[in-house]
Design a protein around this ligand. Structure first.
Ligand code: SAH
Length: 340
């Protein structure tokens, strides 16, 4: 039988030396998502589409409105990291009511979650990454709590300069250490002289996906909506966190058994898309976005039982401010709703 992930990582580090934070996070999350459905009260965390059908419905209407104003081109619904498929089901139902029916393409690496998605979306097409998405139609791309799960590289300020942050191992205890010095030229302007111990994060994996999708939108038409918790970087800060059974945990413990995430740098994602020629919108706070799309009217129609769910999605002290929506459109597509 294959050894468990912590033993395999410990062995690899003992043999070949410390691995980068990005390698550690990639290995841990690949195992984590492949081996379970982490969503819901009995799992580790709850996401917006699992809180209320209103979330996916409003996103479906957002897509249908934009598609209508873009001249009703042929297009595909694409979702990155669709979890249980709940958002897709709610969005597709709302889109169909608005006259938009499309093929469904899901980018998902976890076999366990693919199986869960197939129950709800039996006609979907699955992809390991964005490279295999259709090339001959506009793409309507949704990513909710996807980018936060992608690996980040961390750089840590030492006394003389910046170091790659690495993960070392003693017995089976993993711990972050400062690795090789990196040139100051890769540090964003203004952050170079931060105090010792300061940490900067970048996500080359996220930037690569963003560039690839933006390029597709420019060539094929379409739009993308990414919703996540995040900030406008570059900034100093260690946002790597682990969640297990709805509680924060040490991210360097038990790799593969807890969800590792970081806050998403929307400014960097937006800049990556702009370089390819796509038009960026926002980010705006999730509460502002959902309110502009009419969540209050939808909640009123569904009745008083959904008021608490509405508050959870929109209230500033719940998900309303921390979570943000960033949109991209093809340059010749109209302005999307919800972005002032
Ligand atoms: N969007 C869903 C699930 C969020 S959890 C929701 O809001 O409920 C993160 C999702 O991204 C999971 O489906 C996970 O399997 C998937 N995922 C994580 N890393 C991935 C990667 N590198 N490529 C594709 N999917 C990935």
């Amino acid at each position: 039988m294959e050894a468990a992930l912590p033993e395999r990582l410990a062995r690899a580090i003992t043999l070949a030396g410390p691995i980068s934070v990005a390698q550690f996070m990639a290995a841990a999350n690949a195992h984590y998502y492949a081996s379970r459905d982490p969503l819901g009260a009995a799992g580790d965390f709850v996401t917006a589409p699992e809180i209320s059908q209103m979330f996916g419905e409003l996103i479906g209407l957002w897509l249908a409105d934009l598609w209508g104003r873009a001249g009703r081109p042929q297009c595909a619904y694409v979702e990155l990291g669709p979890g249980r498929g709940t958002l897709a089901v709610d969005a597709l139902r709302a889109m169909a009511k608005a006259g938009l029916t499309t093929a469904v393409h899901l980018v998902e690496t976890s076999p366990t979650l693919r199986a869960a998605q197939a129950v709800k979306l039996p006609d979907a097409h699955w992809h390991e990454d964005v490279s295999g998405l259709p090339q001959d139609m506009a793409l309507l791309v949704i990513a909710n709590e996807f980018f936060d799960a992608l690996p980040v590289r961390q750089l840590v300020r030492g006394v003389t300069g910046w170091h790659e942050r690495m993960v070392a191992c003693q017995d089976t205890l993993f711990l972050p250490i400062a690795g090789k010095l990196v040139p100051d030229s890769i540090i964003p302007a203004g952050l170079c002289d931060a105090a010792a111990g300061a940490i900067i994060e970048t996500s080359p994996a996220s930037v690569g996906i963003m560039r690839g999708l933006a390029d597709r939108l420019v060539k094929q038409g379409g739009a993308m909506l990414a919703i996540d918790y995040g900030y406008q970087g570059p900034a100093i800060g260690d946002t790597l966190q682990a969640v297990r059974a709805h509680r924060f945990a040490n991210p360097f413990e038990q790799p593969g058994e807890q969800d590792l995430t970081t806050h998403v740098d929307f400014a960097t994602l937006s800049a990556a898309a702009t370089v390819q020629g796509a038009s960026p919108w926002g980010p705006v706070a999730q509460g502002t976005f959902l309110t502009a799309l009419g969540i209050d009217a939808r909640a009123a129609a569904l009745g008083p039982t959904v008021q608490a769910d509405r508050d959870r999605l929109v209230a500033p002290d719940q998900m309303g401010t921390l979570f943000k929506a960033l949109a991209l459109t093809a340059p010749d597509w109209p302005k999307p709703a919800g972005f002032a």
